[in-house]
Design a protein around this ligand. Structure first.
Ligand code: 1MF
Length: 180
């Protein structure tokens, strides 16, 4: 994944747990360097290794960390120069999600090594159903966080029910409802 992702992992750990925790996690993950180039691509194993090490070091389930990461990502990329891209993509949840593949396609035209996920949104009366397809395994909890991060950005409270791949579908799905 692009270094931007590993930088965000570091940013979240440092913000929530401090620089020392980050150094322990980095060393547990076996990483010798403490710098990730934004536009450089890194083996996915580095990102997974960081999340696993963080889970062990902090005694927190991987899925909790992935969800926190998803929330953080929305803030992080907005501060790292992608705020106008997010703004152009929509100012409420449903339109934003409906054009997420188009946004990723635009980012991928200049960053050819990107392997973006794909999201399909179905509007269904009192709720929405989001389908998530990815080339990567094990990241479903992150999407829960991404949705809550977007909901906070749009000031649009929601509940999210994660339906993991299995019974009836080969991919993760999310039932999104307005909350009050
Ligand atoms: O393949 C990749 O390297 C990759 C990196 C980030 C693929 C996707 C993403 C973004 N995505 C992260 C989880 C992917 C999990 C998966 O593969 O199943 C989050 C997508 C997302 C969902 C909801 C709301 C917003 C979202 O993201 C917005 C976004 C997406 C991509 C970027 C920024 C914001 C981005 C921009 C530049 C990148 C990499 C990602 O690379 C750079 C950075 C600086 C200079 C040059 C290239």
């Amino acid at each position: 994944m692009y270094g931007l992702v590993n930088r965000a992992v570091k940013g979240l750990v440092v913000r929530e747990f401090g620089e020392e925790a980050w150094q322990r996690i980095r060393s547990r993950a076996g990483l010798e360097v403490d710098h990730f180039g934004r536009m450089q691509t890194y083996d996915d194993a580095i990102t997974y290794g960081l999340v696993t090490a963080a889970s062990e070091e902090l005694g927190a389930p991987v899925d909790d960390l992935l969800e926190a990461f998803g929330r953080y990502w929305v803030l992080y990329v907005a501060e790292e120069g992608y705020g106008s891209m997010l703004s152009l993509a929509g100012d409420s949840l449903a339109p934003f999600l409906e054009q997420l593949d188009a946004m990723h396609a635009r980012v991928a035209t200049s960053h050819v090594e990107m392997r973006p996920p794909s999201f399909v949104l179905q509007r269904r009366g009192d709720h929405m159903l989001l389908h998530y397809h990815s080339t990567r395994a094990g990241l479903g909890a992150m999407v829960v966080g991404l949705l809550h991060g977007l909901a906070a950005r749009f000031d649009e409270p929601i509940t999210v029910e994660w339906r993991r791949a299995g019974d009836g579908a080969d991919h993760d799905r999310y039932v999104i409802r307005a909350a009050s």
